[in-house]
Design a protein around this ligand. Structure first.
Ligand code: CDT
Length: 307
C-alpha cells in the first residue's frame, strides 16, 4: 500500500510590527482552510510565523522583547488555529519564538497531528547572525542575542504514516542537519524560513539567495532520500525584503512545487513516502556505502584546522 502525504507549504507574506497575533492567526486559519480544500493532510507554516522577524531590531534589555515570545502553546490567541485544524482533521507545523518558564529563549517549531495533539517540538540548532548590536548595519540579524542554540539536536518522529523531521531556516544550509535525520530514516523534513535578500556581510550573495535556497534543499533531499518542504515568510517586512520561493522537493532532488509570489500562497504536492527508498535503498544505502570510520572530524572538530 502506498504511503502518501499531501502536504501544503503555506508561504506567508510579511507580518508588520503592528499586526496583532489575532490578525496573523486569522491568516494562518485562512491558509489552513485552503490547504484543507486542496486535500492536504499536513500544512507547513514559516519560521516565526506569529510575528514580524523581530531579531532585525536590537533592544538593550532583552525583557523588552518578551512580548514577541510565546510562553504557552496553544495559548488563548493560538487556540482557534488548533481548533480549526482539529475540526478539519488536518495537521500543521508552526514556527514561533518560545520563552520557557525557566527563562530560556528558543526559535521553535512544533508538529501537530490531525487530532490536534502536539507530536513533536524542534528547537533551532544553527543560530545565524550576531550577538551584539551592530549599528552600522541597515538592519540587525541578532538571532544570536534572542535565541540560544538547542542542545536537543535533530529528531525524527513517527507521524502522518511516515517518519518526519524538522529544521529551521539556517539549519537548511548545513548538510549535517539533513544527515542526522537521514540516519534516523527520515522521509519528510519540514523547514520554515525568513531569509533577507540583502546579506550584509557579503552583498555579492544577494543575487544568489534564491539559487542557494533551492541548492541546499535539493541537495539535502537527494543525498538523504527524503522529501523536503521549505516554507518562507517573504516580501517586504518593515522595509526588509525577504525571499519567497517556498519549495517542495522530492527525494530525487527535483522541485515538484514552488511559490511564485512573495505573499500568502499555498503550494501543494502529493508526496509518496515510498519514493524515499528508491534512493535510500540504492545509491544512498547508508549501511552499505557510508564510511563513518573516516568521518571523525565531522563531530570532533568545529572550525577548520590546517595541519
Ligand atoms: N532566519 C534565518 O536563519 N535566516 C538566515 C539568514 C542568514 S543571514 C544572517 C538564513 O540562513 O536564511
Amino acid at each position: 500500500m502506498s504511503r502518501i502525504i499531501t502536504v501544503g507549504a503555506a508561504q506567508m507574506g510579511p507580518i508588520q510590527k503592528d499586526h496583532s497575533r489575532s490578525e496573523v492567526v486569522e491568516r494562518l486559519i485562512d491558509l489552513l482552510r485552503k490547504a484543507h480544500q486542496s486535500g492536504c493532510d499536513l500544512v507547513v507554516f514559516p519560521e516565526l510565523a506569529l510575528t514580524t522577524f523581530f531579531p532585525r531590531w536590537f533592544v538593550d534589555d532583552i525583557s523588552q522583547a518578551d512580548h514577541w515570545y510565546e510562553t504557552e502553546m496553544p495559548s488563548p490567541i493560538t487556540q482557534p488555529l488548533f481548533d480549526e485544524a482539529k475540526k478539519l482533521e488536518i495537521g500543521f507545523c508552526l514556527g514561533y519564538a518560545e520563552l520557557t518558564t525557566d527563562g530560556h529563549r528558543f526559535n521553535t517549531q512544533i508538529l501537530v497531528e490531525k487530532d490536534g495533539s502536539v507530536v513533536a517540538k524542534y528547537r533551532k540548532v544553527h543560530i545565524p547572525g550576531h550577538e551584539h548590536n551592530e549599528p552600522n548595519r541597515p538592519f540587525q540579524h541578532a538571532e544570536r542575542y534572542y535565541f540560544e542554540p538547542s542542545m536537543e539536536g535533530f529528531g525524527v518522529w513517527k507521524a502522518f504514516g511516515g517518519r518526519l523531521g524538522m529544521m529551521i531556516c539556517n539549519d537548511r544550509r548545513w548538510p549535517e542537519s539533513y544527515r542526522v535525520m537521514g540516519l534516523q530514516g527520515v522521509e519528510m523534513i519540514l523547514c520554515g524560513y525568513n531569509t533577507p535578500i540583502h546579506y550584509v556581510p557579503d552583498p555579492s550573495q544577494d543575487i544568489l539567495q534564491g539559487f542557494h535556497n533551492s541548492l541546499v534543499m535539493q541537495s539535502g533531499a537527494y543525498q538523504n532520500g527524503s522529501w523536503v518542504v521549505g516554507v518562507a515568510k517573504g516580501g517586504v517586512e518593515e522595509g526588509v525584503d525577504s525571499l519567497g520561493q517556498s519549495v517542495i522537493v522530492a527525494p530525487s532532488g527535483q522541485i515538484v512545487a514552488q511559490a511564485f509570489t512573495t505573499g500568502d500562497e499555498l503550494i501543494t504536492a502529493r508526496c509518496d513516502l515510498d519514493w524515499c527508498a528508491k534512493y535510500t535503498g540504492t545509491l544512498f544505502d547508508f549501511e552499505r556505502y557510508r564510511r563513518p570510520e573516516v568521518y571523525g572530524r565531522i563531530t570532533s572538530q568545529r572550525g577548520v584546522v590546517i595541519d
